[in-house]
Design a protein around this ligand. Structure first.
Ligand SMILES: NC(=O)c1ccc[n+]([C@@H]2O[C@H](COP(=O)([O-])OP(=O)(O)OC[C@H]3O[C@@H](n4cnc5c(N)ncnc54)[C@H](O)[C@@H]3O)[C@@H](O)[C@H]2O)c1
Length: 254
């Protein structure tokens, strides 16, 4: 029980295929207390049964593009829990048309939307929740290899993830002064709602099975277990890191 009675806020469950669902399930197995955000009524309808299934304490609205909703979420969490031990940011969005064809054709609006929701939201949440984060607390975010290397059609999301990874390093300094850690997990490809928006993403799965050192794709359970480590005291001196959970794929050369 590595997270016994730790108060863990989970941003980014859409359904039971979500990476955030895998993380929340693993946290639950380690004794965590959970609360779940949702962005909009459609997601609320999916998140509430999942919160009930995993014994969540409460759910709350939070569209990360809204400073007002973030501020209201902070007030609600303060009222319910008083403080937070773990914050999981598992949120990303880009327009579908920007995840196909040529990166060079990305519009100003498409670029801003992807960066706002997928990168800036991490800083916005860290800043807003900073007063509630206990000493020893841990923040986690989710990134992908397309931040560092060219992945066909990942396009503007790769740029957003590069900004996210750099944000993790800068945030580690500010949060570190309060004994709060922040890390990113770079997960291998997983079939989810978000990844289904990337053109031809399916082709990657068989490539990984063939070539990754472990000859398989990762699961949300794999990511959940790594998240338990980073959220727990076992990772007490680990911060500002991008940890690959990708069956070793990122180490391949030719
Ligand atoms: N699936 C993969 O292959 C993969 C690999 C590496 C990293 N990731 C990352 O993992 C994270 C979770 O994605 P997933 O694959 O589990 O997909 P998902 O669709 O299950 O989760 C994405 C979540 O982002 C939320 N979201 C989108 N816009 C939002 C907004 N404005 N405000 C609040 N929430 C918003 C959605 O509601 C959803 O819950 C993302 O950051 C994604 O880039 C995914």
């Amino acid at each position: 029980m590595l997270l016994q009675n730790k108060k863990c806020l989970i941003f980014g469950v859409a359904n039971n295929k979500s990476i955030a669902y895998g993380i929340a399930s693993a946290f639950k197995q380690h004794g965590a207390q959970l609360a779940f955000s949702y962005a909009g009524e459609a997601i609320q309808k999916r998140v509430e049964p999942i919160s009930a299934e995993l014994g969540g304490d409460f759910t709350f609205p939070c569209d990360v593009t809204s400073d007002e909703q973030i501020a209201a979420a902070v007030e609600l969490v303060k009222e319910r829990w008083g403080s937070v031990d773990v914050l999981v940011h598992s949120v990303a969005f880009a327009h579908k048309e920007d995840l196909a064809h040529r990166f060079i054709d990305t519009s100003r609006d498409g670029f801003a939307t992807a960066l706002n929701i997928s990168s800036y939201s991490l800083t916005a949440l860290c800043s807003a929740f900073e007063p509630l984060l206990n000493p020893g607390a841990s923040v986690l975010t989710m990134t992908y290899y397309g931040a560092q290397k060219i992945i066909t059609n990942y396009n503007v999301m790769g740029v957003a993830k590069a900004a996210l990874e750099a944000s993790v390093r800068y945030l580690s300094v500010d949060l570190g002064a309060k004994d709060v850690r922040i890390n990113a997990i770079s997960a291998g490809p997983i079939k989810t709602l978000a990844s289904s928006g990337i053109s031809d993403f399916k082709k990657i799965f068989s490539h990984i099975e063939e070539h990754a050192p472990l000859r398989r794709n990762v699961t949300t359970e794999d990511v959940g277990k790594a998240a338990v480590f980073l959220a727990s005291d076992l990772a007490s001196a680990v911060t500002g890191e991008i940890m690959f959970v990708d069956c070793g794929y990122n180490n391949l050369g030719i």
